[in-house]
Design a protein around this ligand. Sequence first.
Ligand SMILES: *Cc1c(COP(=O)(O)O)cnc(C)c1O
Length: 824
Amino acid sequence: MTDTPLITSPEHSVEGFVREFLRELNFTQGTVLERASTNDTYLALARTVRHYLMARWMETTTAHYRRQPKAVAYLSAEFLLGRQLDNALLAADLEEIAAEAMASLGLDLDELRQAEVEPGLGNGGLGRLAACFIDSLATMSVPAIGYGIRYEYGIFRQTFVDGRQVEEPDHWLDNGSPWEFAHPEHEVTVSFGGHTEKYTEGEGDDAVERSRWVPGWQVLGVPYNYMVPGYRNGRVNTLRLWSARATHAFDLKIFNYGDYAEAVRAQTFAENISKVLYPEDSTPQGKELRLQQQYFFVACSLRDFIDQLLPEGFDLHRLHERICFQLNDTHPVIAVPELMRILVDEQGFAWEEAWEVTRRCFAYTCHTLLPEALEVWPVELLGRLLPRHLEIIYRINDEFLDEVRATYGDDELLVRRMSIIAEHPFRAVRMAHLATVAGTRVNGVAELHSQLLRDKVLADFARLWPEKFTNVTNGVTPRRFVRLANPGLSALVTEAIGDGWVTDLDRLRELEPFADDPEFRRRFRDVKAANKQRLVELLERRDGIEIPTDTMLDVMVKRLHEYKRQTLKILHVISLYDRIVSGELDVAEVVPRTVVFGAKAAPGYVMAKEIIALINHVGAVVNSHPVASQVLRVAFPANYDVTVAETLIPAADLSEQISLAGKEASGTGNMKFALNGALTIGTDDGANVEIRQLVGDDNFFLFGLTEPEAAAIAETGYRPSAYYEENPVLRRALDLVARGEFSGGDRSVFEPVVSNLLGEDRFMVLADFQAYLDAQDRVEAAYRDPEAWSRSAVLNVARSGFFSSDRSMRDYLDRIWHAEPLAD
Ligand SMILES: *Cc1c(COP(=O)(O)O)cnc(C)c1O
């Protein structure tokens, strides 16, 4: 590190903390304790904590600049960060000091923590993964930077009206954002539109034909820096998010024509680019503004890395020695032609030279298996917005298809399949193909997913370049999802095996013997009970939902999508209700359970919103039934986000991971639950496969079709109505919905859901229904034996260390990035 710190941190003591806090409250917040609002106090507290990390941040940044190690740039359109205060307190080892300091001033740290609005700059799994990865990179002292978009409105706030989802804008910046640092002096200009020109450079024998882009309009990108503190290692990395502004010149020109209104309109137009996160998940949305967002943030990021983070005069032929740009899904893939454009058009590289460098600088992570989720951009749109990039993509494609023909001969069907340009149903650029052609490596996010990428989704490419394809199973950060979210379990684990697990999660293995220790299991159950109590209080306070404290907590939280099959879960609830109400099941025989859902649906995804309404309506009927509600409750708190996840997951007994096999790429929710000692009921899908292998069949409730079985059924023609006709339990459950039991007798309300299941049922809910019910019977039987259940739960914790995002990062470093931690 540097010889002398650039600044000194405040004193690491209660007195030092109080002094710094009061200074912040008075000097920056401009108020005094007696008159400060909760928000004033929270902001002062956040800035105080920030100051403790500041010297480390400056030192880390300086060290990276001076030493120029190989770095990683994680390009992601989403970072679902969650609240920052707790994580910063943990990283700086200030938890106790801050609590004492606040108490000494008559303030409650817990209450102040609640004042933070989480930055919801992502939809779900993909954005949360990016946040876990940058946390791990900082904790492992890897030189890394995250690049993304500072959306003014993040993921919408979900509310329910009559059980139906209503979206409200997320005003996350309204109360001030103490964790960000704007740097307008480092603004970057980004161009769009216009046309390209050919021109000749040099004369006679030296003359070369070159192209240049004459853009039609421009916007500015202003960087906002966020600290990414490593866990107590003296390092703080940077997350740089870009905000769009109108250019000054653009305004001025219009002003000079005297059209004030037009100038303001132009400004609004430019600033729309970073206005709102697209609330889509698992489906791309072919919107022009979205392509603008994608190009905007990668153009800013490449410019920033080349101009700001490399030393002046750096030889860009060696760019790959300094950086690997990781493409988190296809959203940043337009960075590939952008780097080519910079190298060829601006730096004067020969095409081949530029391609050599470019293909060594990128790696691509694919996150899906659903063909409809693979992003394509109409050639017409891309050519209008980014004409030079389209030319570059065409040339990359021409050369690539020459290589395909050279390898396989003139197999035009194959060439058409592999082409970066699709011809049907309209001419479009296939971003996944572009990423695969350009990337040094292409990875899936769990073993099964990577296998299916090689065998199905990108099979032609895997045959051409087998060495390109690899797997990196996802992970989650143990700091946020165990240490912070589950303080009770953390204390218990640390007492048993020391605190090394926080940065070396494989050490959880040392807990295995404790699974057989009745005293340890009792304490584990006490922790679970306390976590349930915490959840009960949260739901009461936040949502006015009342749930019992002592039932089996059965949790399904994730985005609402048909492939994830919340429908299967609600059909199980309906079936239980039906069997209780009809007297087939005696309440005395049923293990009391509370089923908790949390899920947002994309606003335009009609079926997903119907399923939300169905869940809420079933919940209302079940919860108010005098008999059924004695043993069965349904809770659906609105607006599932990272903050809710942090209270909900540690309380769960049962983790629902019930996607149709072959559809969920990995899942990371499944890992969070296992690490917090919930048992999984799950299909053989995504990372469930690896969870089950690690925790053991005895500690996992497997059910349902396998991927090859589901594929075989789809091949021969799936008939969901056959399952309905043959299974009376299923028939009764569906008939209840169809007859209007959950819609006040109105048969039309959920008709679309029922007819979809009986007609297409694309994700084979009905085919897996009976197997799921049988697995739930096994769950009930197991739950009746608390000793055996808690033994399994402890083994889930002990054997899930593999799912640390630190391990994911090691895999990326070794196999893809070829970078390493920076030594002190
Ligand atoms: C972990 C997480 C997800 C991803 O959940 P999956 O079950 O893997 O789909 C989504 N949203 C939030 C808020 C999360 O914390």
